[in-house]
Write a protein that binds this ligand. Structure first.
Ligand code: AMP
Ligand code: GLY
Length: 423
């Protein structure tokens, strides 16, 4: 089997590592990949949104399965283009990817199918005054979201109406997110603990991977700016068996049934972003792909064959896949460049990559090779992963491995996974 992975981060490195274990997998390509991925796959210089280039490449190189990591090509319809050429691909169609591509689509869908989520209203650019009036009538905090993709930055949580009005001004008039902010969703603020559940779907059926928790803020104790994710761990004990049952019965099953009934069956990973509230789990968001950095912990926890899992999802045969999960914890600590998520320098030599041994792992995010040396090339540089029976031991083992890595300005949070210890 020849496999093509689309993306360039830690998530894609973890995908490449996981499928490489299968002896059927002969050759892995990654577009565009990074220096770490280059150690186990051949990186090919396509941008993730170059759908025409990618489909041509897959066709010419007889790719048996393409696995899409990032959301942009999915929302832009890469799956439809590949399937038209009879190329097997892991991910949802353009219509199904709207669960992430359009917040309005998602909220209307959830409401139509009675799936628990925050109460909401939608407004378009010509309804600035109407939106203001609605804000005045409701209580803070106000949650205001752009309808379209905004690189994870299109959600504002405002404590005062003045702040909320300013957000409307930025979305509608300054157009800071371009057309993505032409329509907006204003929704009720939900209180609780966030976690993510990952359903690997084949259009009709699904299997569940370990529930995880991301750490989105830059600082310890969930303080400071939002980032792409500074670390993750799984399984997350906040998702008890009872809550998982609720998530399956009230969220995942009705979603898959509803999407099939409406003509866009869901295939690929359905990332269910949850708020565990006092009234039970509610949907914060759906993503149409695996999470980053959650993938770096949930794939190593799979004890059955990960390649067969991706292949079964893409082939509609998940019912015959026997998923087995390891009964251990996994933690991923992201090591970032000083200054991230704002400005940061790149080109710093990374030392200690060989110090991480045994069953600890490194997945590269923003690295490249210069004169035979690994150097930093992004905000998030590396993810360090370890697994152990108890979460406490896993955290200790991961941080021991992190200490072996160094580059000028290396920064990481020191509390990844600790919220799981209090459970
Ligand atoms: P989203 O892109 O929709 O996942 O939103 C980004 C982040 O904003 C989430 O991970 C939550 O931390 C927060 N958030 C979004 N919607 C809500 C809500 N209705 N109530 C509370 N927090 C929210
Ligand atoms: N970890 C959050 C995301 O992948 O969107």
């Amino acid at each position: 089997m020849n496999v093509l992975i689309v993306g360039s981060g830690g998530r894609e490195h973890a995908i490449a590592w996981s499928i490489k274990q299968n002896p059927k997998v002969e050759k892995i390509f990654c577009a565009p990949g990074n220096a770490g991925i280059g150690g186990i796959a051949e990186c090919v210089p396509f941008k993730v949104d170059d759908i025409d280039g990618l489909v041509q490449f897959a066709y010419t190189n007889k790719i048996d399965l393409t696995i899409v990591g990032s959301e942009t090509p999915l929302v832009n319809g890469i799956v439809d283009v590949f399937e038209k050429r009879r190329l097997k691909i892991f991910g949802p169609s353009k219509s199904a990817a709207q669960v992430e591509g359009s917040k309005m689509f998602l909220k209307h869908f959830l409401q139509r199918h009675n799936i628990p989520t925050a109460k909401y209203r939608t407004f378009n650019q010509s309804e600035f005054e109407k939106a203001k009036k609605y804000l005045v009538e409701t209580e803070p905090p106000y949650v205001i979201k752009t309808d379209g993709l905004a690189a994870g930055k299109g959600v504002a949580i405002c404590q005062t109406s003045a702040e909320a009005f300013n957000t409307l001004h930025e979305y509608f008039e300054e157009k800071v997110f371009g057309d993505a902010g032409n329509n907006i969703v204003i929704e009720e603020f939900m209180e609780g603990e966030e976690a993510s559940v990952f359903a690997m779907c084949d259009g009709a059926d699904y299997v569940l991977l370990s529930p995880a928790q991301d750490h989105k803020r830059i600082g310890d104790g969930d303080t400071g700016k939002n980032t792409g994710g500074m670390g993750a761990y799984a399984p997350a004990p906040v998702i008890t068996n009872e809550i998982m049952d609720q998530v399956e019965n009230e969220i995942i099953r009705p979603t898959l049934k509803g999407m099939k009934a409406e003509g866009y069956p869901y295939k690929g990973c359905l990332y269910v972003g949850l708020m565990v509230t006092k009234d039970g789990p509610k949907v914060v968001e759906f993503n149409c792909r695996l999470g980053d950095p959650e993938t770096q912990v949930i794939l190593p926890l799979i004890d059955s064959d990960p390649f067969d899992l991706f292949y079964a999802c893409a082939s509609g045969s998940i019912a015959s896949y026997r998923l087995k999960l390891k009964k251990v914890s996994a933690v991923c600590v992201v090591v970032a460049s000083k200054g991230y998520p704002d400005r940061y320098e790149t080109g710093k030599e990374i030392k200690g990559l060989d110090s991480v041994k045994n069953d600890s792992m490194i997945f590269h995010a923003g690295t490249k090779k210069e004169n035979g040396k690994f150097v930093t090339s992004g905000g998030r540089v590396l993810g360090i992963i370890a697994m152990e029976a108890s979460l406490q031991n896993t955290i200790e083992k991961t941080y021991a491995a992190v200490k072996g890595i160094s580059f000028d300005g290396a920064y990481y949070r020191t509390d990844i996974g600790m919220k799981g210890l209090t459970k």
